[in-house]
Design a protein around this ligand. Structure first.
Ligand code: ACO
Length: 209
């Protein structure tokens, strides 16, 4: 077992409903595939370029191998792969990946939310829950989020959550078929005070339930 894994986080009341975060499951296959096949336009331009066509990569039968890979990385302490739920229903994913220990103790965070539930504070709440968790229980000191300058909703999520812009990574990631510039946002444990969730609660953006 690695620090902070497995874990269930929340619940938190946000405008969209009751938000919680838990480890990805094999039985997420049906919801994961249904939402992602429907949401191709919402997701594809922001995600790493994949091998093969979208319908194939997001088919029901492609989840078990992804889930196995994520579970393997999680068991080795290299990744914390979570499913986001709202009112108990599948609502997206939030993942902490490329966990580096030793004197860096840093990782990236990435997320997506089902198109039928966006603009309800779900991603912001999930980022706050997961960030607090990895700093308090995962043994990490820093999280970084890289986001395309065109991705206004995700930039808002990071600003609302308390991440800081550190710079521009040029031609950084192979996303949607090309090398895309990304802003790097980050937060370190010292900056979070009583935690990012407490800050959202103080601002009236979320409520502990
Ligand atoms: N123009 C301007 N602002 C917008 C727009 C838009 N078209 N759409 C949403 N927003 C704003 C919302 O109003 C809200 O800000 P506000 O609270 O100040 O009003 C903010 O963006 C969204 O905040 P949340 O409700 O917390 O986030 P949500 O649950 O809607 O999820 C997310 C945001 C994850 C970016 C979602 O839109 C999504 O899944 N997008 C596709 C995948 C993606 O881009 N993932 C992030 C990649 S970058 C990374 O992972 C670090």
């Amino acid at each position: 077992r690695h620090p902070g894994w497995p874990a269930k986080l929340g619940p938190l009341r946000v405008p969209a409903g009751i938000l919680a975060v838990r480890p990805v499951r094999l039985r997420d296959a049906g919801d994961w595939s249904r939402v992602r096949l429907r949401d191709r336009e919402h997701l594809e331009m922001w995600e790493p370029t994949g091998v093969g066509p979208w319908p194939e990569r997001n088919a029901y039968w492609s989840w078990p191998s992804q889930w196995l890979a994520l579970r393997g990385l999680a068991r080795r302490g290299q990744c914390l792969p979570f499913t986001i739920t709202v009112d108990g229903r599948f609502a997206g994913q939030i993942t902490v990946g490329n966990v580096i220990r030793a004197s860096l103790r840093s990782a990236w965070i990435g997320y997506w939310v089902s198109s039928d539930i966006v603009r309800g504070g779900v991603a912001t709440g999930a980022v706050a829950l997961v960030t607090d968790h990895v700093f308090d229980f995962g043994g990490l000191h820093r999280l970084e989020a890289t986001v395309r300058p065109e991705n206004t909703p995700s930039l808002r999520v990071l600003a609302k959550s308390g991440y800081r812009r550190e710079g521009l990574f040029e031609r950084y990631l192979d996303v949607a078929g090309g090398w895309r510039d990304h802003f790097c946002y980050a937060v370190t444990k010292e900056e979070t005070g009583d935690g990012l969730v407490s800050r959202l609660v103080a601002k009236g953006l979320a409520e502990r339930v």
